[in-house]
Design a binder for this molecule. Structure first.
Ligand code: THG
Length: 367
């Protein structure tokens, strides 16, 4: 039984009650909200995501809304990715950087109208950041955190469940595109997205009082496909090479170091926050890069969620930023943020709590 008492400081998501009813046994704090992380059957939750359909309370992915005549201008000032071709109804993955070109968040940007955008954020205070930049640049735009909370349906059967509830039109939605609609009178936006590479959708609930009702509509509709509760799954996201900003990045990580350079357009305007620094970094070349690690041993090792040092011949060369047992690769795998002088194919030593462990460097993604 999970006992936790939400406060105004650590807020519940609109799906909190539903998650507790589903048997949530572990949770984390993200954007000062509670995010379920386990329902007590990690193996089954993983395989359901790989082979079936999994239902996630990801209400912690808050929306930072930009509204007003300068909304588009501010969105571009905050994003080192060219947004000039972003259409209404389209979403884009955009790393946000500070003035030094350091990643501070990696939201999905949704363009709802020419004067209305949402940054669907990872875990840092972008509301403060956007408000400050807008004020300093004297822009005509209102920044707010609207009552909008995503719920994810992930896995190869997710499309069948969402189509069953909303209609076959959802099958034609392109990646990160979305549509505003209703589910039994509940206002939502439906997007093809989610923090896994198994395919799926996110249903952005636009009325926080309807969380349990919306959860149960999809739970009921998903029964023929054996839907069950889950959460962003570390083994799957590491196998798939997804970056966790704040986990795999530190206070000095730029997008090029963690394989996000393809989301940076160096020719965006000079007024984009961090672009001068990003041009300098791109010109000089990076000193670190992100590679995969396959650790020795064929039994699950302790989950590594803290940073562990990596060395070669006694020299510290980088750090391991995550480590998890991969049920499909049958190995402990993780990410290295490591000196660019060290390459794929080399063997390194990871300084784990259990002792030194050999690991081989490989390309990402693993799968
Ligand atoms: N859903 C929503 N908001 C979010 C997340 C989400 N906010 C932040 C958090 N996740 C982290 N950000 C993401 C979101 C999506 C992806 C990666 C990190 C992603 N990446 C694909 C990849 O890397 O292969 C595709 C990117 C592309 O090619 O455009 O899907 O999950 N609402």
């Amino acid at each position: 039984m999970f006992s936790f008492f939400p406060t105004t400081r650590v807020r519940p998501s609109p799906f909190f009650e539903a998650a507790v009813a589903e048997g949530m046994v572990a949770a984390n704090v993200y954007n000062r909200m509670i995010m379920p992380t386990s329902f007590g059957h990690p193996e089954a939750e993983y395989w359901r995501l790989i082979n079936g359909v999994s239902q996630w309370d990801v209400g912690v992915e808050r929306q930072v809304q930009l509204k007003g005549p300068d909304a588009g201008k501010l969105a571009q000032i905050l994003s080192p990715r060219n947004l000039s071709n972003c259409k209404v109804g389209q979403g884009k993955y955009v790393p946000l950087c500070n003035h030094n070109g350091i990643i501070i968040n990696d939201p999905i940007l949704l363009k709802l109208a020419d004067d209305l955008y949402w940054f669907s954020i990872a875990d840092s205070d972008i509301w403060l950041w956007a408000s400050a930049i807008a004020a300093e640049r004297k822009l005509n735009v209102q920044i707010s955190e609207p009552d909008v909370s995503p719920m994810a349906l992930q896995g190869p059967k997710a499309e069948d469940v969402v189509a069953h509830v909303l209609g076959d039109w959802v099958r034609t939605l392109k990646y990160f595109w979305f549509k505003e609609t209703e589910v039994e009178g509940i206002p939502v936006a439906v997007q093809r997205s989610g923090w896994s590479k198994q395919g799926g959708f996110e249903i952005y609930l636009k009325d926080g009082s309807k969380g349990t009702k919306l959860w149960n509509i999809f739970k009921e509709a998903g029964k023929p496909w054996d839907i069950g509760p889950g959460a962003p799954a570390t083994p799957e996201r590491v196998e798939s090479g997804l970056v966790s900003v704040g986990g795999d990045t530190d206070d000095d990580t730029n997008p090029f170091e963690v394989r996000l350079g393809k989301y940076v357009d160096l020719e965006v305007g000079d007024d984009v926050v961090g672009i001068q620094a990003l041009r300098r970094i791109a010109g000089a070349g990076i000193k670190r890069h992100q590679l995969g690690l396959v650790l020795e041993g064929d039994k699950p090792a302790p989950l590594g969620l803290a940073v562990e040092d990596i060395s070669i011949r006694g020299n510290l060369v980088g750090k391991m930023t995550n480590c998890v047992w991969s049920p499909r690769l049958k190995a402990n795998i993780g990410y290295a943020l490591i000196s660019s002088s060290v390459q794929v194919g080399e063997t390194v030593l990871v300084n784990r709590a259990s002792g030194l462990c050999q690991a081989k460097l490989v390309e990402l993604p693993f799968l």
